[in-house]
Design a protein around this ligand. Sequence first.
Ligand SMILES: [Zn+2]
Length: 376
Amino acid sequence: MARAHAADSLPESMLVYGPQGVGKQRVALWIGQLLLCTAPGPEGPCGECKSCRLAVSLHHPDLHWYFPLPRPKGSKTPEKLAAALEEARMDTLAERREEPFHASVPATEPVGLYLAIARSLRSRAQKKPSMGPRQVFVIAQAESLVPQEASQEAGNALLKLLEEPPEGTTLILTSSAPGQVLTTIRSRTVPLHVPPLSRETVLRLLSDVVGTPKDQAEQAAALARGSIGRALGFLPEGDEPGPLEEVRRKAFTLLRAALSPGTAEGLGAAIGFPPARARGLLGLFAFLQEALRDLAAVAYGAQHAVVNVDTVDFLEKAVRDYDIQPLAAARAVDLVEEASQMAAGNVNPQLIVAGLMMDLRRALIVPATVAGGAAR
Ligand SMILES: [Zn+2]
């Protein structure tokens, strides 16, 4: 990127994509700093000029960071809505300044890049930069321009900017679901892939930068799948398990229930869910799919590929007890996918989980072994 910038060949619009929590915003903000730095070198921004210092501390007036926000309540007029969204953006920026590293945890309420956000971004882009000849816009989770109300319009407002960016304006969009980004936006941006980090890199970031104790850092890095944001979600908060660790444990409770001798435990697990807000299941189901992927790996004899390393004993016992075949575990992953689609369609969570528990049981447990392994 630094070389491209030195050769003045950095694209005006980019789409930085890669897994959630892998550091796409960091990369985008770093490119922003590079563009605004007054003395960039071959390795990137100098890190010492006024622009760099302002960019690093998220105070640079020409480095604008936009991200999806919850819809503010009680904002009736478009002006009030725009003002409330801008205030919420400033609050979030203040939080990021305090705590630059944060866990990638699914939002608890629906968020979006609303039309008001796209409009405020566009009107800012029409103004002259404050400090130098350039301004940079970083727009997180570009896919959330789509599924929200008035989305098409919000997309179009941004599209006009991408088509004719004012001189000296660079737009850097990021997405962990680039397939869901409007194709018109995708076709006007140069893609830049941020791959998962190595386990060693995640470990180093946790111990050297975040200051995580060694044993916690190792466990979190093992579960992170190359995502620092994910790793942070596994770190304990005081005496409580981290938010992602909690969901992971819940996913294994479900798998244990599905593999329990009778159907009662599975149905009991279903009753424990609230009767509404099915979308809240999506994060849990993603972890359940990872648990089943690990089960498939163990059934295949590929223990080294297991992500949830602390569950190998349980998975091995399940495979032995029920003669679970790798393909059966792979089919089970599909069943959870179907359940996720129902959850996205807001079916009653208790019904979804009850049905899924029965389906998983049927898919995983070979009937002959339930009858005592007589077939062998
Ligand atoms: Zn600099």
